[in-house]
Design a protein around this ligand. Structure first.
Ligand SMILES: *[C@@H]1O[C@H](CO)[C@@H](O)[C@H](O)[C@H]1NC(C)=O
Ligand SMILES: *[C@@H]1O[C@H](CO)[C@@H](O)[C@H](O)[C@H]1NC(C)=O
Length: 154
């Protein structure tokens, strides 16, 4: 015997399925939060580690309306001065396959590894159209080399 569901139930089920953000991206955002707060910060309080949280509603996070994948991250001045320099680790952003806009300005970012490591990590952000690294603590040589192959391309 078939159970015939009223159409509003089916609609509600469908909506609950596309509500919320992708789990892999929610976890990746929490990794970014931990990195921003390294060693002892307590910033981004609304990015809560909570299974039922929709990370698309978090401040600074923009998701594609249909796929719910993260398309833009506005992380301007999230690393506050009291925490000191923040090592740029672009691998943190690799889980976001649909990311087109990434604003990391004003975060006291520095390069803690070789420039090539950072360039290699950044080159894997294939869909990125806008990357803002302005107003950080890079020395100008590093910023120039990143600019040369990536920023000026767009
Ligand atoms: C998890 O997040 C939801 C939605 O923001 C909230 O209603 C709920 O109270 C939170 N639960 C915990 C345990 O923080
Ligand atoms: C950079 O981020 C990746 C992905 O979260 C992590 O596995 C790796 O340990 C990080 N590297 C450093 C030097 O923190």
């Amino acid at each position: 015997m078939f159970l015939r569901l009223p159409s509003w139930v089916i609609l509600a089920l469908a909506m609950s399925r596309c509500h919320g953000c992708l789990e892999a991206e929610r976890l990746a955002l929490l990794h970014i939060k931990a990195s921003i707060n390294h060693h002892n910060g307590n910033y981004l309080p609304k990015w809560e580690d909570n299974n039922s949280a929709d990370c698309c509603d978090w401040p600074g996070v923009e998701c594609h309306k249909a796929t719910r994948s993260v398309i833009a991250l506005d992380l301007v001045y999230k690393r506050k001065y009291d925490l000191g320099d923040w090592c740029l680790n672009a691998s943190l952003f690799h889980p976001f396959k649909s990311l087109t806009n990434l604003d990391l300005s004003l975060n006291q970012l520095v390069i803690c590894t070789d420039d090539e490591v950072v360039e290699n990590q950044l080159s894997k952000l294939r869909n990125l159209e806008v990357l803002d690294l302005s107003d950080n603590n890079f020395d100008s040589r590093v910023l120039l080399s990143i600019n040369a192959w990536h920023l000026l391309e767009f």
